[in-house]
Write a protein that binds this ligand. Structure first.
Ligand SMILES: *[C@@H]1O[C@H](CO)[C@@H](O)[C@H](O)[C@H]1NC(C)=O
Ligand SMILES: *[C@@H]1O[C@H](CO)[C@@H](O)[C@H](O)[C@H]1NC(C)=O
Ligand SMILES: *[C@@H]1O[C@H](CO)[C@@H](O)[C@H](O)[C@H]1NC(C)=O
Ligand SMILES: *[C@@H]1O[C@H](CO)[C@@H](O)[C@H](O)[C@H]1NC(C)=O
Ligand SMILES: *[C@@H]1O[C@H](CO)[C@@H](O)[C@H](O)[C@H]1NC(C)=O
Length: 948
């Protein structure tokens, strides 16, 4: 029997997969050692198979641990232990664990495949080991905000593929190492975009050799160190530079005019040094947004011409020996903040007419004698400590000292006067939940009017879309409390609210941290680079009780349990007698009594009815083989005719695959709510005498799969295939978009699409379906289930189920419709094969090799290109890039229109009648563990290096 063949196939696959799921033994022992020496690791680190059981924070490829992300999990340890022995590790993020008080051992060099190392915001101490230069594949190195001491290892210069080097906020000292012919140095990092060395104790000259025209740096952030001497003119050779921060060092001398070669620099900070000579002439640097050269020892000078550069948003030249009169063209519409305090500016202040209303101007402590004050001035201006304030030429309002604080804007709330329990916070969408919170610090930003909510919105949208594209269950975020700290870092408080539940899991907290700190899924050009430090998350789901606890509990509870069982049996017998008496008046009277457990009220059914075991037994000839029309791991499917005359398919669960009473009830309630002509309807159920049976309408013409392979007695032509695709897409659209709450099928495949007498396709078998709760935003985090070959790889990796997982499976079905092949055919995955067939040429010429020959020449298949494109969009790696089912329906309708137009009327679609035997309802499914072989890369999809 056909279904036996598929049973056999699945068994073969499951064994293959079981072997593949077993984690490499050496990785297991490393993780077990970590488990026994670190504190506060995720409670689901149990069992012997971290890859197969998917321990939180761990991702694997081919049974090897390739990603370890424990960001923000509040783990504690005094040693990172044997992590360096996870030799295939590619991605390591331990950031935001202040309880990691450990050195970074030289053995870190064993992680030869490591591309990403993020240790932001821990308590690593001791030197950065010289051996770090052996991590040749390293692309991202974030060691910021720790307690590293010692010098910057020159070996870092060997990391040829490094794009991001961040050692901000440590206690590193000594010189910036450059190569000298024998030893490496940072000047060799020609692919690195980011040198973030701020807030250390680096000293000595900035080496001339550090910069060259072969470099591709965009950020040089050396602020708050003890660097001295002249700024090397070679910096003018790095014409990719966008942000330069050399402020708060001991730099002196004058600035070479070559600096004006840097046409892309938008943030330029030289404040708090001893720079001398004329004020640098920045004419020609037409991308400048933010210039701060305050507190230097420049020669006295009139207002330079470049002050009027129209790109400037922020010009801070406090205490720079400026003199003479400010001209009104400095106050141009782009300018947000002008700081010229403590200079020798004199004459009459005229701000002109083109300044912006939220401009902030600080002219404290100058020699300004008059202010041509026109009516309607509304800028935030102070002239305190100028003659004009003593003489009464300006109103008191302009003579107040500058208030440097920004208003603490909180996001506006649309929530009705709701209040949350004391441990929860109201989200922007009015849900009470435990948000993950922290502070985001921006190291160089292009604007100054923090009280303009436009910037909040930009930041909000960028982060939110990064969370969405990573499929994180984030309901909403709020951005608040903008301020600038002592290091001129712009900081915001961030609240991230969970969706679905009122708290986050460890892995989600981790992913949020890694998405922000890796800063590759979003681009914030006006904000520049950032780092995120969290407030330890309050509310991780609790640890499971230990085995010892359970054993004690069982021993104590055993006696009590026996008593209770005795009582329960007595009660059940009593109830059963009562139930039998009541049977005729209440068809659900026997509900839930077979297990002696209380299942709550009878199921709320719409349309489906209760069937007695006797009736189903009778109508299937005592479940005789003659009536058997399908079988699988769950049990058998029989055809029968109910007393009412309805022809039905009865799915009878076998011992071992019975569901719990609650689950069964939930399932039939769900099924009974689904009413759509493209979904197989539930007619009734039976829950009696230890049996669980579902009674479906009988669908006569077998599965789509059999009708594609010819097994069902005919082969569908192109138009009929398109119609079947359209029908099933409509059924799915109903589930996703119209059912309330929406339902994810989770097991879409060609054996779960059935064709009736009219070849109308109907989607069947909702055994795995999940409701999407009303409050969630489309994510269900759940144990991964589905069928090998159809399963969405993204769902497999993230365990977060969305309706886009069904879209993926449906895409695979579309490819089957095209090729009449199984999704996994002679060990090859259909998605990959079609990709390869069309990939090289970019057109569909290669497709004929795998196109179902019974469809005839591809020339005659109208809409083929569109169909293939649609299928390939459905199977895109990332769910957000797949269309919704509604869109799929519209596209198939469009394709059918194309085809029907190109056909003559009589050949278009007359359905011939055929005789079919098997109306198999449903099919096997396999919980994951035995499925999906083709998940190629487990690391986060960080391929492109976004600028800034
Ligand atoms: C690690 O790198 C080696 C050599 O580059 C490669 O053969 C191997 O496949 C990599 N491991 C993983 C898991 O990618
Ligand atoms: C560096 O990157 C290039 C291009 O992505 C790649 O071909 C090369 O193998 C990488 N080098 C190392 C050592 O990983
Ligand atoms: C380069 O620097 C290293 C370490 O500072 C030193 O030992 C070596 O002699 C230098 N080589 C040359 C050619 O100056
Ligand atoms: C200044 O820049 C020019 C090219 O723009 C270069 O040739 C010259 O060497 C630079 N001067 C210094 C002192 O770096
Ligand atoms: C302003 O200062 C400049 C330079 O110190 C001086 O030459 C000029 O006379 C002053 N103007 C007034 C109006 O005081």
């Amino acid at each position: 029997m056909d279904s036996r063949i598929s049973v056999w196939k699945l068994i073969v696959f499951s064994q293959v997969m079981v072997i593949a799921a077993v984690t490499d033994q050496s990785d297991v022992s490393v993780l077990n050692a970590i488990k026994s020496s670190w504190q506060n690791l995720p409670p689901d680190w149990s069992g012997s198979d971290p890859c197969g059981n998917i321990w939180e924070g761990i991702k694997c490829t081919n049974s090897r641990v390739t990603s370890l992300v424990l960001a923000g999990m509040a783990v504690r340890t005094n040693s990172i232990g044997d992590i360096p022995s996870l030799s295939q590790l590619e991605y390591l993020d331990l950031s935001n664990n202040k309880g990691i008080k450990a050195p970074l051992p030289p053995t870190i060099q064993n992680l030869k495949n490591l591309t990403t190392l993020i240790l932001v915001g821990c308590n690593f101490f001791g030197p950065i080991p010289d051996s770090i230069g052996s991590l040749e594949k390293l692309v991202f190195l974030g060691l910021n905000h720790n307690s590293f001491t010692g010098t910057i290892p020159r070996s870092i210069g060997k990391l040829a593929n490094l794009t991001w080097l961040d050692i901000t906020d440590n206690q590193l000292f000594g010189r910036i190492p450059v190569s000298n012919g024998t030893d490496p140095g940072l000047d060799m990092l020609v692919n690195t975009k980011h040198f973030h060395f701020a807030n250390n104790q680096l000293s000595g000259l900035i080496p001339y050799r550090l910069f060259s025209s072969s470099m591709t740096l965009i950020h040089v952030l050396f602020n708050n160190n003890q660097l001295s001497g002249k700024i090397p003119s070679s910096i003018g050779l790095v014409d990719t530079l966008e942000a330069i921060r050399l402020d708060s060092n001991s730099l002196d001398g004058d600035l070479h005019r070559n600096i004006t070669n840097l046409k892309s620099v938008s943030e330029f900070y030289l404040a708090n040094n001893n720079l001398s000579g004329p004020i640098p002439d920045l004419i020609g640097m037409n991308s400048l947004y933010y210039v701060d050269m305050s507190n230097n020892s420049f020669d006295a000078s009139d207002i330079p011409a470049w002050f009027t550069l129209p790109s400037l948003t922020t010009l801070l030249m406090d205490k720079t020996q400026l003199q003479g009169q400010i001209t009104s063209d400095v106050f141009h519409p782009q300018l947000q903040r002008l700081g010229l305090s403590n200079n020798g500016l004199n004459g009459t202040l005229d701000v002109g007419n083109s300044y912006k209303s939220d401009l902030i101007v600080d002219l404290t402590n100058n020699s300004i004698v008059d202010f041509t004050q026109k009516s309607g001035y509304n800028m935030n201006l102070t002239l305190a400590n100028n003659p004009v304030c003593e003489g009464g030429g300006a109103t008191g309002r302009y003579c107040q000292p500058m208030n440097p604080n920004f208003p603490n804007r909180l996001p506006s709330s649309n929530c009705p006067a709701a209040s949350c329990p004391s441990n929860k916070i109201l989200s922007p969408n009015c849900a009470c939940a435990n948000p993950y919170t922290g502070t985001i610090y921006f190291l160089s930003y292009s604007f100054s009017n923090m009280d303009n909510s436009t910037y909040d919105t930009i930041l909000h949208d960028a982060l939110m879309s990064a969370f969405r594209s990573s499929q994180l269950p984030v309901e909403s975020i709020s951005i608040s409390n903008a301020s600038v700290n002592e290091f001129s870092y712009l900081q915001y408080k961030l609240h991230v609210f969970p969706s679905g539940q009122d708290y986050f899991t460890r892995s989600t907290v981790s992913s949020i941290g890694t998405v922000i700190n890796r800063q590759q899924l979003f681009s914030l050009p006006l904000f520049g680079p950032l780092f995120f430090l969290d407030d330890s998350y309050c509310c991780f789901p609790g640890h499971k009780s230990s085995n010892i606890g359970i054993i004690i509990g069982v021993a104590v509870g055993g006696f009590v349990l026996l008593l209770l069982i005795g009582l329960a049996i007595t009660y059940a017998v009593y109830q059963r007698r009562q139930a039998k008496k009541a049977k005729h008046s209440n068809p659900f009277a026997s509900w839930g009594l077979d297990n002696g457990s209380d299942v709550g009220g009878v199921p709320e059914l719409k349309g489906a009815r209760w069937c007695s075991f006797e009736e189903l037994k009778r109508c299937t000839n005592n479940f005789s083989d003659v009536n058997l029309i399908g079988s699988g791991g769950y049990g058998q499917v029989y055809k029968g005719t109910l007393d009412s005359g309805h022809v039905v398919a009865i799915k009878r669960a076998q011992q071992g695959s019975l569901q719990g009473a609650h689950e069964f009830k939930t399932e039939i309630e769900l099924l009974s709510r689904i009413h759509h002509k493209n979904l197989v309807a539930l007619v009734g159920f039976c829950y009696e005498q230890g049996e669980q049976m579902l009674v479906y309408e009988y669908i006569s013409n077998g599965t789509l799969k059999d009708n594609l392979s010819g097994k069902a007695g005919m082969r569908l032509d192109w138009v009929k295939r398109l119609r079947a695709a359209l029908d099933s897409a409509k059924g799915l659209t109903y589930m996703h978009e119209l059912a309330n709450p929406p339902i994810i099928h989770r097991d879409i495949k060609s054996t779960n699409i059935l064709l009736d007498d009219n070849l109308t396709a109907k989607v069947a078998d909702f055994g795995l379906s999940k409701l999407l709760g009303d409050d969630s935003k489309g994510y269900v985090s759940t144990q991964v289930k589905g069928t090998l070959g159809y399963m969405d790889p993204e769902y497999y990796m993230t365990q977060q189920l969305t309706e886009k997982s069904d879209v993926y499976s449906f895409g695979v079905v579309l490819l089957e419709i095209l090729t009449a092949r199984s999704p996994i055919h002679r060990g090859k995955f259909i998605v990959k094969e079609v990709n390869e067939a069309i990939g090289k040429s970019g057109d569909l010429n290669g497709l004929h090799k795998i196109l179902d020959p019974s469809l005839g020449s591809s020339q005659n298949l109208g809409g083929l290109t569109e169909f293939v494109n649609l299928a390939m969009r459905c199977v895109r790696d990332s769910g957000v890039h797949r269309p919704k089912m509604g869109e799929v329906v519209r596209e198939i309708e469009r394709i059918i229109d194309l085809v029907v137009l190109s056909l003559d009327a009589d050949s278009a679609s007359t359905f011939s009648n055929h005789k079919f035997s098997n109306g198999e309802v449903g099919d096997l499914y396999h919980p994951y563990g035995d499925s999906v072989s083709d998940v190629s890369s487990m690391s986060l999809p960080f391929e492109t290096e976004l600028r800034r």
